[in-house]
Ligand binder design. Structure first.
Ligand code: AMP
Ligand code: MG
Length: 549
């Protein structure tokens, strides 16, 4: 019998081969000490059905269309494997142990409560990629929960992972979305009305799913041996550029200087990620330290959201409405705080913690200069090179813009797309306002004073363009490369969810197709680049979400 395509994936499970595992193999919730992971198999599901997949990710892991024929048998096997019913040859499933600070408080052991990695494959590119099933049953880290995921949150994770990638933002990827055929009970509004919902599994793909919390957990227990092993594994396997030839060819412990350099690399990647989230108007929603990737990837798509109207205080996460810790305008600060927690976890490995402090102190300036460069690019103005301060005129323009955007409800995405169309020489407040009209949710908010303030900013912007002799056509093209036309607006996901829940999953793939080219004009899909419609303003799922998933 010929080998099934999925048995031809080339597994090489470095995380489990090289790090200590849990001796206990029962999938019973418990504290796991002295181990980086626990071996656990995905739970069987009753009727796996493939709803959507990402062809790019399939190709990336070594499943090009030639290997994965478009026939029923291949599709059925794909659904079986990525629902967790059949382990492909070479797989070695496991759940990771990690801890974390949740909403600012140390929460102890968390871990993969409903994510089970199948193992790592060696991609055709030579890169190691972990395939991880989310929603495939109980693990030792499930605490009181069921280890499962519902369709609505799985659609959101599947689509957003891929949308982020196509926007050029570091992220874990999504290979597939499979319906399990089983029901999962959820109390979506936490109001005492649990209901059965459709269960689903997403296969996520990333070079690693290691989070800040993986290091925090052994550090919190004083298990410095495990902490060092995890750190050295992460550096050797995921940051080899930090090792010189001698260190690469030995298995000796890494010197403190390399640990500090690695920490600084994590600081830099995280700062870059925060700037990128701000560029596109993404709010993660649950930036607990267990949800921050050591590789600087966007990870764990839960109650995230996209800004429709610009509001630095906005968070989609209803669980966070009290303190709004994870609001849009605070993500950069929170990441700094989270990095400080990571640094504290690493400190016991170094006799002198000064280098860690120095690395952490890189963050504020990096975040500020990154934000300024990002905003300059969004405005089509010259972008200062790394670590160089932006021109003071541009800094003022940026500060004023942040204020101007809050004057009236202004769509963040549409504003920058339309601004690209504003000729530098266009005269008259009415003409200028007409170019931007689409971006305003409530034109009646643009009373005389507000309209004048907004126009003052536009005039200052035009003046700057004229002073720098920026060419309108080139600026428009440059702005379109950094200001997406299509983002995964919350209400668009919700429409895809509503349709899929009533049996028609086609919008998932249609949305994915459009989001594959987020910076391009796609005239057939203009409807998906418009403002959030009024009906979606306060509908759950379209503007706010609970953690129930
Ligand atoms: P989150 O903040 O959603 O990333 O999850 C926090 C912790 O809760 C992680 O350890 C998750 O694995 C765990 N968790 C979330 N939902 C479930 C579930 N349905 N079953 C088991 N564990 C879960
Ligand atoms: Mg998480």
């Amino acid at each position: 019998m010929p080998r099934l395509p999925l048995d031809q994936l080339s597994f090489s499970n470095r995380f489990t081969d090289e790090l200590p595992g849990d001796a206990d193999t029962r999938a019973v919730p418990r504290q796991v000490t002295g181990a980086a992971y626990s071996r656990v198999a995905p739970s069987a599901v009753s009727a796996p059905a493939l709803l959507a997949h990402s062809p790019e990710v399939a190709e990336m892991i070594g499943l090009p269309p030639e290997l994965w024929p478009d026939d029923d048998a291949a599709t059925a096997d794909f659904a079986q494997v990525f629902a967790g019913n059949r382990l492909p040859a070479g797989a070695g499933p496991y759940a990771m142990a990690y801890g974390g600070h949740q909403f600012g408080n140390w929460a102890g052991q968390l871990g993969d409560g409903r994510a089970i990695a199948l193992g790592e494959i060696v991609a055709p590119s030579g890169e190691h990629l972990t395939l991880q099933l989310k929603g495939s049953g109980l693990t030792p880290y499930s605490r009181g929960a069921d280890g499962l995921a519902v369709l609505r949150s799985s659609i959101r994770e599947f689509l957003c992972s891929e949308a982020m990638h196509h926007l050029g933002v570091p992220t874990t990827r999504a290979l597939s979305l499979v319906l399990t055929g089983d029901k999962v009970v959820r109390d979506m509004f936490y109001d005492g009305n649990p209901k059965p919902e459709l269960g689903a599994v997403v296969c996520r793909v990333a070079p690693s799913f290691i989070r800040f919390g993986n290091f925090q957990l052994p550090a919190s227990r004083g298990d410095l041996g495990l902490l060092r092993q995890l750190v050295e594994f992460t550096i050797r396997r995921h940051f080899p550029e930090l090792l010189d030839g001698t260190l690469r060819s030995t298995t000796d412990h890494l010197p403190p200087s390399v640990v500090a350099a690695w920490y600084e690399a994590a600081v830099r990647r995280t700062a870059h990620l925060m700037v990128e989230w701000n560029r596109i108007g993404f709010v993660h929603g649950v930036m607990n330290t267990d949800n921050l990737s050591i590789l600087g990837l966007t990870i764990d798509y839960g109650p995230y959201g996209w800004l429709d109207d610009f509001d630095p205080d906005w968070t989609p996460n209803t669980t966070d409405f009290g303190q709004r810790r994870y609001r849009f305008g605070q993500q950069g600060l929170v990441a700094h705080w989270n990095l400080a927690q990571l640094g504290s976890a690493l400190a016991p490995l170094l006799t002198d913690v000064e280098p860690l402090q120095t690395a952490l102190d890189v963050y504020p300036a990096l975040y500020r200069s990154g934000t300024e460069a990002m905003l300059s690019a969004k405005l089509g103005l010259p972008v200062p090179s790394a670590d160089v301060a932006v021109d003071l005129v541009d800094r003022d323009l940026q500060t004023e813009l942040w204020r101007a955007l809050t004057l009236a409800e202004t769509d963040y995405t549409i504003f920058f797309r339309r601004l690209a169309d504003l000729p530098a020489e266009l005269e008259g407040p009415a003409a200028r306002r007409a170019v931007l009209a689409d971006a305003f949710y409530r034109p009646e908010q643009l009373d005389t004073d507000t309209a004048a303030q907004m126009d003052n900013w536009l005039v200052a912007y035009q003046q700057r363009l004229q002073d720098l002799a920026v060419d309108d056509t080139e600026r428009r093209l440059a702005m379109h490369r950094v200001n997406p036309k299509y983002v995964l607006r919350n209400y668009l996901s919700q429409l895809a969810i509503d349709a899929a829940e009533s049996g028609d999953p086609s919008m998932i793939t249609e949305l994915l197709d459009v989001l594959r080219h987020p910076y391009d004009d796609q005239p057939d899909h203009d409807a998906w680049a418009t403002k959030r419609p009024d009906w979606a303003r306060s509908r759950p799922g379209c503007s706010t979400l609970s953690c129930s998933s």
